[in-house]
Design a protein around this ligand. Structure first.
Ligand SMILES: C[S@@+](CC[C@H](N)C(=O)[O-])C[C@H]1O[C@@H](n2cnc3c(N)ncnc32)[C@H](O)[C@@H]1O
Length: 355
């Protein structure tokens, strides 16, 4: 198994942007960053912003990834994992047929790659051999997953890339083989809503006419079921785990019990360009102070103050078909094909670079 790592200096463009959004940084906060690895600078940037936050990727290390997989596969109310699995079960052969041999299969935010197995099997059946490049910030996790996949599938070579999405795509840009990029689990909907079209354009710029970009997108608009799906069952993933990480990374005394996870649903017109979205944040239950010794940083919270674990206002976007078509048009793609579950509230969409 070949392995690639992004190293501490690699910071995704959007996170660099996050880091240098100085207008939003609280001026009176002096922070010691001497010993902070550059990959963690966006986290420091978020802590010291007026809109206090951590980048969404910070909720995912090996523990975060394992919690995600556990909730996503066993929950009675968060059904996206099973909905996407059912679409892939019916259509993996159709998806595999979208590219010609020899193809490199790239998966952005691959995590446990559990549903991806269906596509790996369809591609191996079609091509005999396959190179699979999982790209995920949770580096140790995907390296372990990659070793297991190689043991499970003859003809499969796994080249894990531990790093952020765009770093992985740029890393692959010199490869000559056609590529199929997968972005499953609705993870594109976690990208900041204001940066989604730019990200798509950046991806488009790295692709050739033979490449395909396949995205799993949530089309559920039912407020009640969404508020249940994104409820307290995620607290370990999006609240406790990142607070544990903050305390470890910056020697802090932040107490997860002083916050609660809050979820809202923001519905936008289905015939407009902006998707609807579930918003999630931590709300401080009391006025209190947190100290991060390594940064020399005191952080004061008011009662009711919000702390975001997402890059933008959105935790998870919900799309109409019109919005998906507009996303493709605005970023230089054409919607070539798509497949949905029976209820038509979850879909897998194949984008081809527009000429
Ligand atoms: C919601 S999980 C989806 C996992 C899997 N694709 C699925 O469908 O079940 C999101 C995954 O994306 C990864 N991730 C989140 N933000 C990332 C970023 N900016 N760059 C790279 N990986 C990221 C996380 O580590 C996690 O494995």
């Amino acid at each position: 198994m070949n392995q690639h790592g992004s190293g501490a200096s690699a910071v995704e463009k959007s996170n660099k942007r996050d880091d240098v959004r100085r207008d939003d940084v609280m001026k009176d906060l002096d922070v010691i960053t001497r010993d902070v690895p550059s990959a963690l600078m966006p986290v420091v940037g978020g802590l010291t912003s007026r809109r206090k936050r951590v980048p969404y990727w910070y909720t995912y290390d090996t523990r975060g990834s394992e919690i995600y997989e556990e909730v996503a596969t066993t929950s009675k109310t968060y059904l996206n994992w099973h909905k996407e699995h059912s679409v892939l079960q019916s259509h993996s052969d159709d998806i595999a047929a979208e590219t010609t041999s020899p193809v490199i299969l790239v998966e952005l935010g691959s995590g446990a790659s559990s549903k991806t197995r269906l596509i790996l099997e369809a591609m191996l059946k079609r091509h005999g051999t396959l190179t699979f490049v999982p790209v995920d910030v949770s580096k140790e996790h995907i390296e372990e997953v990659g070793q297991q996949l190689e043991r499970d599938y003859e003809g499969l070579t796994v080249e894990p890339f531990g790093g952020l999405y765009m770093e992985g795509i740029r890393h692959l840009s010199t490869r000559k083989e056609p590529k199929m990029l997968l972005f499953l689990g609705g993870s594109f909907g976690n990208v900041c809503i204001h940066e989604q079209v730019d990200m798509m354009k950046e991806v488009r710029a790295q692709l050739t006419a033979k490449d395909r970009f396949v995205l799993g997108l949530d089309m559920n608009m039912d407020r009640e079921s969404l508020l249940e799906a994104y409820g307290q069952q995620w607290a370990n993933n999006v609240l406790n785990n990142p607070i544990d990480r903050l305390n470890k990374d910056f020697d802090g005394d932040m107490d997860a019990a002083k916050f609660e996870l809050v979820t809202e649903f923001i519905e936008n017109p289905a015939d407009g360009d902006t998707p609807s979205y579930v918003m999630g944040y931590w709300r401080s239950l009391s006025e209190h102070r947190v100290y991060f010794r390594k940064l020399g940083l005191n952080l004061d919270f008011q009662r009711g103050e919000k702390f975001f674990f997402t890059d933008g206002p959105n935790w998870s976007c919900k799309w109409s078909l019109h919005q998906i078509r507009r996303l493709a048009e605005k970023s230089g793609f054409a919607l070539e094909d798509y497949w949905t579950n029976d209820a038509a509230d979850y879909g897998v969409f194949c984008f081809a670079p527009a000429p």
